[in-house]
Design a protein around this ligand. Structure first.
Ligand code: FAD
Length: 394
């Protein structure tokens, strides 16, 4: 075991995957999660090859193959007639090109797979971090209702409302992106008449789009229905949504879209928030990871993937400079911040691209997509999917 103790705040996909990368690099890792149980929302997540590469190398290939679905393609379609705008193969051709598969998974399955690979005594539930004090060689952690702990390095993987981030750089509210998302899961047998392929589909239309893909061994269909909305006035960030409202918003859309919304029992509505890129993620022996430092719109399906990459690069930087943790965190930030910021910007730009109203701009977009010149063609996404975050140093 290397000498350093690393405390990770947050037991989400980012925190647990970072803990696994750090354990694999030989560090003493302790995860502190405020909830009494680990858990994820009932929804799907896409795990692209840049993330599956890391998870496979951490020993999760078997579990991902068991709980994940490998889609045939990413199929981007027009909102009303369903015409293909771009169809990018995601199955074997993608695996051949990038070396690792693309999975679609239920978030709870992915989180459970990560948690099962970490010794349980390293995950401390019911630990809400409220403060920390940093000296030149230690960080003291203070929790709401638990004893203090001491670590050599502190990693804030505590999500978009990150307390660690607030303690480091001061409070700042995330910004409402002008989009809300209805999310739901539908038993696959209810959709048999709709002939939905095992692809990730994106239906693009005026001011909104609809994403759907199978999860949980194809037993469930996951959907995310994004709608632009001027303000978010509810107090909570997520709420039970009315299926009728979603159906109204998608009036006139393709029969598969309508059919999925008609088949769902309940839907949750989320306000989508992001943050502008931060100038820095680290201070001394404390740093940030995942949504805590680069919350983004989900329109590149890269939020969790980038958090997984963060953990792999962080472990590599600390391993390379374990006698100088603060220096290692500077390396980590230098390697990660530009890439995550670029992903934040692209995710934001996709809001405009996906939501064009019918007219000249939409026609130009569709023409470019037909040539494979934009978006998810292999050449365009190679910088994302080819990235080896666990080996970032020259
Ligand atoms: P979180 O999952 O928010 O975890 C933070 C954890 O920290 C929580 O468990 C919380 O309880 C804990 N915590 C908070 N404060 C404290 C504290 N003070 N003390 C202790 N613990 C604390 N990404 C993809 O890669 N692919 C996709 O297909 C995709 N689809 C998405 C679809 C939608 C609609 C949305 C909204 C997001 C999507 N994302 C996707 C993004 C992805 O979900 C997030 O980027 C990712 O889950 C962030 O993980 P995280 O671990 O950084 O944060």
């Amino acid at each position: 075991m290397r000498g350093l103790t690393v405390g990770v705040i947050g037991g989400g996909i980012g925190g647990l995957s970072a803990a696994l990368s750090l354990l694999a690099a030989g560090f003493d890792v302790q995860v502190y999660e405020r909830s009494r149980a680990l858990g994820e929302v009932g929804a799907g997540v896409q795990v692209s090859p840049n993330a599956s590469r890391i998870l496979h190398n951490l020993g999760l290939a078997g579990e991902l193959a068991r709980v994940g679905v490998k889609p045939l393609a990413l199929h981007q379609r027009r909102w009303d007639d369903g015409r293909t705008l771009l169809r990018t193969p995601l199955g074997e051709p993608l695996e051949d090109r990038f070396g690792f598969p693309h999975y679609q998974a239920h978030r709870a399955d992915l989180l459970a797979a990560l948690a099962a690979a970490i010794p349980p005594e390293r995950i401390h539930l019911g630990h809400r971090l409220t403060a920390f004090d940093q000296t030149h060689d230690r960080v003291r952690l203070r929790f709401a209702a638990q004893d203090d702990a001491e670590v050599d390095v502190l990693v804030g993987a505590d999500g978009i409302h990150s307390d660690v981030r607030g303690l480091l750089f001061g409070p700042e509210r995330p910004r409402f992106t002008g989009c809300i998302a209805y999310r739901g899961l539908i038993p696959a047998e209810r959709l048999e008449g709709l002939d939905i392929e095992v692809t990730a589909q994106v239906f693009m239309g005026p001011g909104q789009h609809f994403v759907n893909y199978y999860v949980s061994g194809r037993r469930l269909m996951n959907f995310v229905a994004i709608v632009e909305q001027g303000t978010w006035t509810r107090e909570s960030w997520t709420d039970r949504g009315e299926v009728a409202d979603a159906l109204k918003a998608f009036d006139g859309w393709h029969p598969q879209v309508r059919g999925m919304l008609e088949a769902v029992d309940e839907t949750f509505v989320w306000a989508l928030f992001d943050r502008p890129p931060l100038p820095h993620w680290s201070q001394g022996r404390v740093t940030l990871l995942g949504d805590a430092c680069h919350a983004m719109l989900p329109f590149m399906a890269q939020g969790a993937a980038q958090a997984i990459e963060d953990g792999a690069t962080l472990a590599a930087c600390l391993a390379a400079k374990s006698d100088d943790p603060a220096g290692a965190l500077i390396d980590y930030e230098r390697l990660r911040l530009p890439r995550a910021s670029r992903m934040q910007a692209l995710s934001s730009e996709n809001k405009t691209r996906f939501h064009l109203h019918d007219g000249p701009d939409q026609e130009a977009r569709d023409e470019a997509m037909a040539k494979g010149a934009t978006d998810w063609s292999y050449d365009v996404v190679a910088w994302i999917y080819d990235h080896d975050a666990a080996n970032p140093l020259p």
